[in-house]
Design a protein around this ligand. Structure first.
Ligand code: OGA
Ligand code: MN
Length: 305
């Protein structure tokens, strides 16, 4: 049976005594599910898994997203379509060029975010697996959005309760001065509504649902809306809510995108390979629809006022 080693009373745990290259037994799955809802970030050290085994383990948590296909147009990829290559490597394992669009695009991961919050149905969980890591830097940080919510003033909680933010990949990439999107990409990824407060059915805990992909708050002017988003992200990412994962080779880390934010940290990416790949599990439903709000036009994802 897997063993669970908590990092704190309710955020982050290491899971031992399990080999993820083997099929998951029902008993092991129950221990992992339980730990996942309690600790939100789970670390499985020393795993030796193929792409297929990575995908199979991820499939236990729900249906997988396909990686954003536009990167793949005309480009040979290192991983299958249901994995995202987060490495700094070319298909022949050389280091990507400084001006490579993929490299520049990936630096957006250094901003606090949740995976795919810019999709109408966002990501529920992500599973990141490290085949090789740089000797210095390249950690991944996680912020506990339940604890961050709990500490807000009651008046602010009330103010936020019904607010809906607009998330779009262009908003976060614009923060990094990247706007090299084709018309097709812009059309295929319109801003989507996501509720700012989310309650877990499982634990009944509320949490903040924010990301650098959030650029506007519906019903607020752009400036004050953006200021509120930034202020809440600043609050939620204070040291007491943050756990830093320092990678070891062959770590697999899974996190719950619904109650955590994360970001990658810098490393010398023109010097050291960092070979890391992600499986992304979809949520079942959009956060506004989950809260019973009416979304008028799901294609363009406009909210009814
Ligand atoms: C991701 C991500 C951060 C990192 O893969 O979703 O944000 O440290 N990665 O690579
Ligand atoms: Mn991410």
């Amino acid at each position: 049976m897997p063993s669970v080693w908590p990092m704190t009373s309710d955020f982050g745990a290491e899971i031992g005594d399990i080999d993820l290259s083997q099929p998951l037994t029902d008993d092991a799955a129950a221990v992992i599910d339980d730990a996942f809802s309690k600790y939100s970030v789970l670390i499985f050290p020393d795993q030796h898994i193929s792409q297929q085994q990575h995908v199979e383990f991820a499939g236990h948590f729900g249906p997988l997203e396909q990686s954003i296909a536009r990167h793949r147009e005309g480009r040979e990829m290192r991983v299958r379509l249901d994995l995202a290559d987060v490495s700094n490597l070319n298909p022949d394992d050389t280091i990507q060029a400084k001006e490579d669009r993929l490299r520049i695009f990936r630096t957006g991961n250094r901003l606090w975010h949740r995976d795919s919050s810019f999709k109408f149905i966002p990501a529920r969980a992500s599973l990141l697996y490290a085949r090789s890591i740089p000797p210095v830097g390249g950690h991944t940080e996680f912020a506990d959005m339940r604890a961050a919510y709990d500490d807000l003033h009651d008046l602010l909680k009330e103010e936020l309760e019904d607010l809906v933010a607009e998330h779009c990949i262009r908003y976060s990439r614009a923060r990094m001065m990247f706007d090299d999107f084709s018309e097709n990409e812009i059309k295929s990824m319109p801003p989507v509504p996501q509720k700012i407060i989310w309650t877990s059915e499982k634990t009944n805990r509320k949490n903040l649902y924010l990301a650098s992909h959030a650029g506007k708050i519906i019903g607020m002017e752009e400036g004050p809306g953006r200021e509120l988003i930034d202020r809440l992200i600043d609050h939620a990412t204070q040291r007491q809510y943050v756990f830093i994962h320092r990678w070891r080779q062959n770590d697999l880390v899974i996190w719950d995108n619904r109650c955590t934010m994360h970001r990658g940290t810098a490393y010398e990416d023109m010097r050291y390979p960092r070979d890391i790949q992600r499986a992304t599990v979809s949520d079942e439903i959009n956060s506004c629809e989950r809260a019973g709000l009416v979304v008028e036009n799901r294609e363009t994802a406009a909210m009814s006022s």
